[in-house]
Design a protein. Structure first.
Length: 110
């Protein structure tokens, strides 16, 4: 998983999602639920690129993601991005391998 550290990197990921689907995790470094979600996403087996950001430490990026995707911020929060938009998202304890697979299947990405 690659950490996003700048808005420019986020914009590159959003552009990349126009060519191939990607996973994006908004992670809170102070939340045990987020730590568990991070581990589940990190261990999730896929060929899709996976990105993440620390929401507290990278607030401007987190705000830009919320603005670009039009999805209210939560953390932890996982997105499947495809064709430049969020086609699925989940938060907190819903971030599980089975739910990610369901989100992929619902969008014909599995």
């Amino acid at each position: 998983m690659k950490e996003l550290l700048t808005i420019e990197e986020w914009n590159e990921v959003l552009e990349k999602s126009k060519d191939e689907p990607v996973l994006l995790l908004k992670h809170s470094t102070t939340c045990p639920i987020s730590t568990s979600a991070f581990s589940r996403v990190e261990e999730f087996e896929t060929d899709m690129p996976k990105y993440w950001l620390k929401v507290r430490e990278s607030r401007p990026i987190s705000n830009e993601i919320e603005s670009n995707l039009g999805v209210v911020h939560q953390s932890p929060q996982l997105f499947i991005l495809n064709e430049g938009e969020a086609v699925w998202n989940a938060s907190h304890t819903v971030i599980t391998p089975n739910e990610i697979k369901r989100g992929l299947a619902e969008n014909s990405l599995s």
